[in-house]
Design a protein around this ligand. Structure first.
Ligand code: CP
Length: 309
């Protein structure tokens, strides 16, 4: 079954053909926006954005994507500003969203919340991050960024994931997408924040070679360094967070020791793990990564609504 007219709940649902199709459509939309501000393809459609955890990039790029396609947006941001704060269930909230909109994007702190939403309503649901689970649309824009940097066809593409791999939902999604392209992966984290067993099993079954290490030196050999924030909000014991929060810092001095073509990616927001002294360096790909979210999310909205372009 094609990725179109579905919900997007997990990176595991995509075939390699789907991914190449999404990349091609994103590229086409990026090109179209060079000459037009509004593609006027979704005049009669409404996107609902439901963000029950903080967000800047994901919500704003979904909303900008809908506007650039000519559609409209309604939004519920923060539990405290919806009737969830009065005790309404998520199910009842979703039934309202279904009756007001044609497609929705949901961020929630509970893993599996988007999947439950998709079972409850008939409009397409896009998982915009479910707790420490997945963030598949971020994984897709990360893939598009790797493609645009010219690394997706490299044999093998070598990528190091650095930081909070246990709770980093964007990593959980991207790992599954990159497996289709035979990437060689290194996971750089303290033991306590290493890749969950579920994804290790997935990589074993997919016959993807990977290495786990706590040494940042592994980044010196790779094409892409994918750095992540230590996810303070996921720690039950705050002392554990304090122990790991400054585990890794990627800065100009370190990049000088890396491959000259390395791309440094980060889903953002960043704290101190990527130094601002890298921002104007050719390796810095994190702002273009966030920018690419616009095109990829335009492609996803069109595909899920079944609009050909
Ligand atoms: N990358 C990402 O999910 O950013 P936001 O939390 O700002 O949406």
């Amino acid at each position: 079954m094609s990725w179109k007219k579905q919900s997007i709940l997990s990176a595991s649902q995509f075939s390699k053909e789907d991914l190449l199709d999404i990349i091609a459509l994103s590229e086409k939309l990026e090109k179209a926006l060079e000459t037009k501000r509004n593609l006027k393809l979704l005049d009669d459609y409404i996107l609902a954005t439901l963000f029950f955890e903080p967000s800047t990039r994901t919500r704003l790029s979904f909303e900008a994507a809908m506007h650039r396609l000519g559609g409209r947006v309604i939004s519920a941001v923060g539990m405290q500003f919806s009737s969830l704060a009065k005790g309404e269930t998520l199910f009842d909230t979703l039934k309202m969203v279904e009756s007001y909109s044609d497609i929705c994007a949901i961020r929630h702190s509970v893993e599996g919340a988007s999947a439950l939403a998709a079972q409850s309503i008939k409009i397409p649901v896009m998982n915009a991050g479910d707790g420490a689970g997945e963030h598949p649309t971020q994984g897709l824009l990360d893939l598009y960024t790797i493609f645009k940097r010219g690394f997706l066809t490299k044999k093998p593409l070598r990528i190091a994931f650095v930081g909070d791999i246990r709770y980093g939902r964007t990593i959980h999604s991207l790992v599954q997408l990159l497996a289709h392209f035979g990437a060689a992966m290194v996971f750089v984290a303290p033991d306590e924040l290493q890749l969950p067993e579920k994804y290790q099993k997935f990589l074993d079954n997919s016959k993807i070679s990977y290495l786990k290490t706590s040494s940042i030196d592994a980044i010196k050999e790779v094409d892409v360094g994918y750095i992540t924030r230590i996810q303070e909000e996921r720690f039950i014991d705050h002392r554990e967070y304090e122990k790991f929060k400054d585990a890794y810092i990627v800065d100009h001095a370190l990049i000088e020791k890396c491959q000259p073509h390395i791309a440094i990616m980060h889903p953002l927001p960043r704290l101190s793990e990527v130094s601002t002294d890298l921002d104007n360096h050719p390796s810095a790909a994190y702002f273009e990564e966030a920018h690419n979210g616009l095109y990829v999310r335009m492609a996803l909205i069109l595909g899920l609504l079944g609009i050909n372009y």
